[in-house]
Design a protein around this ligand. Sequence first.
Ligand SMILES: C=CC1=C(C)c2cc3[nH]c(cc4nc(cc5[nH]c(cc1n2)c(C)c5CCC(=O)O)C(CCC(=O)O)=C4C)c(C)c3C=C
Ligand SMILES: [Fe+2]
Ligand SMILES: [Fe+2]
Length: 336
Amino acid sequence: MKTGVLLVNLGTPDSTKVGDVRKYLREFLTDKRVIDIPAVSRWMLVNLIIAPFRAPKSAAEYRRLFTERGSPLKYYTEDLLEPLRSILGKDYVVEYAMRYQSPSIQVGLDKLREQHVGKIHVIPLFPQYASASTGSVIDKVMEITKTWQIIPEIRFTSQFLEEEKFLQVIVNKGKKRMEKTDYDHFVFSYHGLPERQILKGSVGEQCQLGTCCNQFHDRNRYCYRAQCYQTTRLLADRLGIPEEKYTVCFQSRLGRDPWIKPYTDHVLEDLAKKGKKKVLAFSPAFVSDCLETTVEVGETYKEDFIKAGGEQWDLVESLNDDPLWVECLADLVRSV
Ligand SMILES: C=CC1=C(C)c2cc3[nH]c(cc4nc(cc5[nH]c(cc1n2)c(C)c5CCC(=O)O)C(CCC(=O)O)=C4C)c(C)c3C=C
Ligand SMILES: [Fe+2]
Ligand SMILES: [Fe+2]
């Protein structure tokens, strides 16, 4: 019997129209794993504040991101299908879905069922586990499949930050930049999370939001912050970047609650103040170029760094459709 593989990325608006962006933000931010506050407060926050006020601003940002093919997050995910199908061969059926908007997880799972798969392997496309990303995908898949009469064997890949081929793609792209420019400093900027979500996610050992995350072991394997530091150490080691030449930081905070620190926008100002002129930024929480990489890190932070006195700020693009990344996915599928 065939195995169905479902690649799931975060999701993106269907277009850059304010209405579509608002629809996307509503679906995304009413997810209790993303904004983890009581349901009534979440509803009011999303529908009375975020959707009306943020949607027009976000739509303008999405207009900077979308190309003639649409949203890179979506088309780079779709571009993985054919090469992955060709590596895996006839025993596998490969489809993709978005956690929010389209194509939905429901549609992706239905496609697998129609092709009579006996097992399902879901790969949320987030290298580091977080309840707001990977956890939410798993939650949705379980919500749908629990209604089926026959529930097949289902497997989830919860994290893949230590996969050698995943690391190697980023290292190869980073080295290409480093051959051309002698950078003063390197920034590894990850999507941020409210501190509360890190504390709730501690299993076995309470994260102190400090140097505890410099160790990576069985007791903090699912701590998002510890996973980000571990990803950075593995990359810096392979890139030959010494500890004093790089900074781990967290971007895109939303709202007034404290998010994990240091914040990327503070770090870049600090670097400029310290006289750093040429910085290379990595975004290892994202496998496809998206608003968070291309616009936030590649454009906004670049402008901020130059304004603060820096000279050059470059971004290492995401894994996108790199053939070694497709091989990495095939390895994950076959590792069962
Ligand atoms: C409380 C808010 C948010 C949490 C928690 C959060 C976690 C989180 N997000 C990603 C990956 C992506 N997020 C993207 C965009 C985005 N994220 C938030 C908010 C939270 N994310 C918002 C409001 C937005 C939309 C853009 C905006 O209005 O600023 C994207 C880009 C999507 C795209 O279309 O390009 C990605 C990818 C992860 C991995 C994560 C938890 C670790
Ligand atoms: Fe996000
Ligand atoms: Fe920690």
